[in-house]
Design a protein around this ligand. Structure first.
Ligand code: NAD
Length: 436
């Protein structure tokens, strides 16, 4: 990778003191605060802290787009590899207007911990383009995706950095990335992305894997308190790839899903929504708003609903000190990445709310991405039943080891998951040694 001039190795230039006391709000401040407290608990020195807190490689690209009307527009894109001590970088590609390099850095760091918590042989990476995909045609999005891919080409590959869908991107986006990469290399290389359509080497079960993993975590967390899905009500914020299927699986499992929302608004029905009918409605209209099987509810009200389980599955930072103070749910299972700020976390802990952290709760997607990559490397495809069984086993194993660490060290599930994963990354780094 160092053979290409447009890719720079980033020298850690952030003093550990800055890492420990981030001054800004936002996902990177949250990620750095989480790391600082784990490093303190683990007793690592400032050198190790700086290594763990700094992206290994970052690339910043300009993406000119020829629009359908002939005009030109310029977008900014990023790819960040946070850590590759345990294997190639792995992480999604986000298309959202608020994408910036700090958000991508935070998401890449969380991917490192997530892959370590479920023991995948990957490091962490993330990419993003600051664009609102709703305002562009499919042809325009294809051109943006292909140009972005070609700009970051030296940094990615099945052994280097493997992309997947995230907010604002989907299986089709991954097919364009895979095709662009393959055409440039001269042969088909399905392992450069996961979350592809089945026709071009995708895996059965990938599209719903994150949501299944969320529901495995809900079930495991309830079981610790002698409850099952039949005993609980739930609310899900975000009705996209993660939230919609998580809501549907919760309902299939017997939970009463009383409210769901998207960025346009939400819908509530005491006793539970009719999820199959709601999913049909969203398929037709693009939003949960005005669904006739419930009453309108806004996103803030949804977070404070009197339900047992709350699944934030939309964007970062929605549970801050104020909104967390109003949460009535006993379990918060984080489908989204970084939905709870450090202040929000403290408030939830003080109030006795059990939080299953993002790096564990939404790891199902990257687990099945790993299965997809393994299948692509072997050109041998597993059945859906095999995939779902292996996913369930891996989520149960990870939940068990995080739970055990939490009990032994008297930590929250988030602190335990961070401690375990950061320790695994640091151990890999120490075992490999420092070059030169
Ligand atoms: P998506 O784009 O498919 O869906 C996002 C949903 O959130 C949409 O319903 C959107 O309307 C809603 N939303 C956006 N802004 C909102 C707001 N301010 N308030 C309420 N709702 C809002 O994205 P996704 O893939 O479902 O990802 C959701 C979250 O899950 C992200 O944090 C993502 O990083 C995380 N995640 C996704 C995966 C995956 O496999 N897709 C895996 C792990 C984590």
């Amino acid at each position: 990778m160092t053979d290409h001039p447009s890719v720079t190795d980033v020298v850690p230039d952030v003093a550990p003191a800055d890492l420990a006391a981030p001054t800004r709000d936002g996902p990177l401040a949250t990620a750095q605060a989480q790391l600082a407290s784990a490093v303190e608990r683990l007793g690592y020195d400032p050198g190790m802290h700086a290594m763990l807190g700094t992206s290994r490689r970052e690339i910043n690209v300009a993406i000119p787009l020829r629009r359908d009307d002939g005009s030109t527009e310029l977008f900014h894109g990023f790819r960040v590899q946070h850590n590759v001590s345990r294997g190639p970088g792995k992480g999604g590609l986000r298309f959202h207007p608020s994408v910036d390099v700090d958000e991508v850095r935070a998401l890449a760091m969380w991917m490192t911990w997530k892959c370590a918590v479920v023991e995948l042989p990957y490091g962490g990476a993330k990419g993003g383009v600051a664009i609102d995909p709703r305002h562009y045609s499919q042809g325009e999005l294809e051109r943006v995706t292909r140009r972005y891919t070609s700009e970051i080409m030296p940094m990615i590959g099945p052994e280097r950095d493997i992309m997947a869908p995230d907010v604002g991107t989907d299986a089709q986006t991954m097919a364009w990335v895979m095709d662009t990469y393959s055409v440039n290399k001269g042969y088909t290389i399905p392992g450069v992305v996961t979350g592809k359509p089945l026709e071009v080497g995708g895996s059965l079960g990938r599209a719903t894997a994150t949501s299944r993993g969320v529901v495995h975590c809900v079930v495991a967390a309830l079981a610790e308190h002698g409850k099952t899905l039949d005993d609980v009500s739930a609310a899900v914020q975000g009705f996209g790839k993660v939230g919609s299927h998580a809501a549907a699986f919760l309902a299939e499992g017997g939970a009463r899903v009383e409210a769901v929302s998207d960025q346009y608004g939400g819908v509530y029905r005491s006793g539970g929504l009719d999820l199959p009918r709601l999913m049909d409605y969203v398929e037709r209209t693009g939003s949960v708003v005005d669904f006739d099987g419930g009453e309108p509810i806004d996103n803030t009200a949804l977070l404070s609903l009197d339900v047992d389980v709350l699944v934030p599955a939309a964007v970062e930072g929605v549970l801050d000190a104020e909104t967390a103070g109003q949460v009535q749910a006993r379990w918060v299972v984080e489908g989204a990445n970084g939905p709870t700020t450090p202040d929000g976390d403290r408030v939830l802990a003080d109030r006795g709310v059990v939080v299953v952290p993002d790096i564990l709760a939404n790891a199902g997607g990257v687990v099945v991405s790993y299965f997809e990559w393994v299948q692509a490397q072997q050109a041998y495809w597993w059945t859906e039943a095999e995939i779902e069984q292996r996913l369930a086993e891996r989520m149960a194993m990870a939940f068990e080891s995080v739970g055990k660490t939490a009990r032994h060290r008297d930590l929250s599930l988030r602190d335990a998951a961070l401690l375990l994963s950061i320790q695994r990354v640091a151990t890999a780094h120490q075992t490999r040694g420092l070059y030169p």
